[in-house]
Design a protein around this ligand. Sequence first.
Ligand code: FAD
Length: 397
Amino acid sequence: MNLAISERLKPLLKQIEDFVSNELIPLEGEFFHKPFKDLVPLLATKREKVKSLGLWGPQIPKELGGVGLTLVEHGYVSEALGRSPLGHYVFGCQAPDAGNIEILHMFGTKDQQQEWLEPLAQGKIRSCFAMTEVDTAGSNPTLLEARAVRDGDHYILNGRKWYTTAAEGSVFAIAMMVTNPDAHAAMRASMFIVPTNTPGFRILRNIPIMGETGSDYASHAEVVFENCRIPKENLLGREGQGFKLAQERLGPGRIHHCMRWLGISARAFEMLCQRANQRKIHGDGGTLGDSEITQLYVAELAAELHGARLMTLSAAWAIEHLGMSKARDEVAMIKFVVANVMNRILDRALQIHGGLGMSDDTILAYWFRHERAARIYDGADEVHKSSLGKRILRGHR
Ligand SMILES: Cc1cc2nc3c(=O)[nH]c(=O)nc-3n(C[C@H](O)[C@H](O)[C@H](O)COP(=O)(O)OP(=O)(O)OC[C@H]3O[C@@H](n4cnc5c(N)ncnc54)[C@H](O)[C@@H]3O)c2cc1C
């Protein structure tokens, strides 16, 4: 297993790190105080700059206009981008588009790829992913209720979804709908490409989350499908394959999140150390960093971060070399391990910053609010732990 930074990656990584430090981190003040939609024109110029540097779409295959990095290489890049909340968006590897690009690339027909995948990969349009429903448990998607019923050359879609991230401003949604209610639980649902200008598709609201309603890409919507009529050609894969496609989409999607969380963790950890070294808490000039309790926190968190990074890179290697199904256990592990390491680091970093940590004068409070969700989306901690635990015990029977 080779997890080293490849020779071809070294110069790219340096360029990306510099771009994040010089072009994106300085925008954080504006990011906190303006709705995201007001930043979109400025971010469009940054995206153009990224394209002109040949850095657009680190994980997107070369034939679609991306850099075509391996998953291990993307792990390093994604950590570098995760240091800014704008990194992934500006480089064209943001969720949920990254997952949708992957699924359209793997399962889309030629026509679907031409119409939806190409402009999406080039960053000309955005998309969203609508699976979770208000009234059924997202942790068990076999309970989904939203329906798609075949009507001649069309499907008619009805249902209510929520937490459809980035729906505002998206040109299409990939929606998971029940097509075969009487089939085996794993074969009931199918995925559809739903243009958001289809009559009957409506955003009811952007859900206020931890005090922020958000806008444009930085939002999570509740959406309704009311007799949405879409051509049968908008079915992705075959009828009943929805969960199979979702597994393909969520596996790499989970590791992309973990890679981003490593960047957040690394920056928060650095901020914690810097503050500990600077903050004088004793009359003799002694700092927070001089206290043993802080040293203990620092040592523990450094070890946790190191472990989380190695586990993530190892899972990326396993996906690439052994395939998604053999990497399943590692992916489940990193999902809850990295989410929790990040949350502990954010909590400690905020604590060390005291009142400053609670304010929006640093990025910590923003991340503390928004990244709590990491332990819930793409499978809550308990869901991954219980399925992993079951598989491990089965292996010991
Ligand atoms: C910020 C954010 C963005 C999201 N983006 C999207 C998106 O773009 N598209 C989309 O479709 N969805 C999205 N989601 C939804 C997300 O995937 C669901 O919230 C998640 O799957 C959990 O489903 P639920 O909210 O219905 O919780 P429930 O399924 O009701 O579960 C509630 C809690 O119960 C516990 N639990 C669940 N199952 C078990 C079990 N078997 N054993 C023990 N405890 C258990 C867990 O602690 C869980 O958090 C997003 C969510 C958030 C918070």
